[in-house]
Design a protein around this ligand. Sequence first.
Ligand SMILES: [Zn+2]
Length: 355
Amino acid sequence: MQFKDIEGQQILANRLTEIIDSGRISHAQLFLGPTASGSLALAIAYAQYLGCENRQHFPEGSVLRADSCGQCPSCRKYAGLVHPDLHLVFPTTTTATVTSKPCADDFQEEFRSFMEEFGQRGTEDDWYERLGVENKQGMIRERDADNIIRTLGLKSYEGGYKVLVVWMAERMNVVTANTLLKTLEEPEGRTLLMLVAESRDRLLSTIVSRVQQVVVPDLGVGMSDARRAEFSALFVQWMRLLFKLNMKPLSDWVDKIAAAGRETQKLFLQYVQESLRACFLKTAAGISLGGELEFGDPKFDQAFPAMIAPRNIEQMNEALNEAMYAIERNANAKIAFMQLSFRMSRFLRKPAANN
Ligand SMILES: [Zn+2]
């Protein structure tokens, strides 16, 4: 799986390849997003890029900044999901052919053909349909836990990273989740553990706190031009308020966004995250994601992107992720947006000298 084959997630793909190129690879990550958003495909593309012997970097202005080559021996094995250092774990159930104690190792071939057919769009329901068990709920069970331990204890076959991908990690039963937790507490050398999940709430909080989270944007909700125009106006207004920090108009702005539904609030935060990323790429890295950055206000378009730099982009991303998380968990929207505003304001106004 290469990043170029994943639709609609180029901004995130660029962030992921940047992380790998910079060598700041976290040994445990959680890719969080709806299954059809491409979260599993992104995790696999990430591992493939990490293992690629001939990473490709594209000229400035390209949509993707980098990708795996797709040609080297490691990439070819990844393409068929048959790389000996890639281990896939996913929920299973008993089926017509596996009638007791099912585990992911019993269904590797089915899973490969499922991935081949659905690519980034395969959902959990599609998977059960493939197994012929539409009405059953799969689990990740003790035998999977045993296999995880065995896998992580093995030496890497090819001298690189061992990669364990757990798809629909929220389907781990308690025993498996606790096994995984132990491996997170005592990470083995060059091991990359990638959990792919739709819901953070159904994972053990002790697991969530030990993994680096990668929020995968939902592609299911396409953004209409009207919505985009509405969001960009809100965005421009908000960023200006954060510079001046005038309490009365800021509080009015917070009231306005707090009155929108939770889904709209989350979408808006995603929009902000993507917009800041685009500003950052434009000014710091000189990469344009196609077309000019336009928020519908020429003065703002001209001056704002330069405010987003290495000194604040990651902190802002993190603050936005945390706000999305709070809103998902039904936090009070006014408080969440007010707190977020204060944090964002601080990061935005951080003097360039501190970098
Ligand atoms: Zn390669």
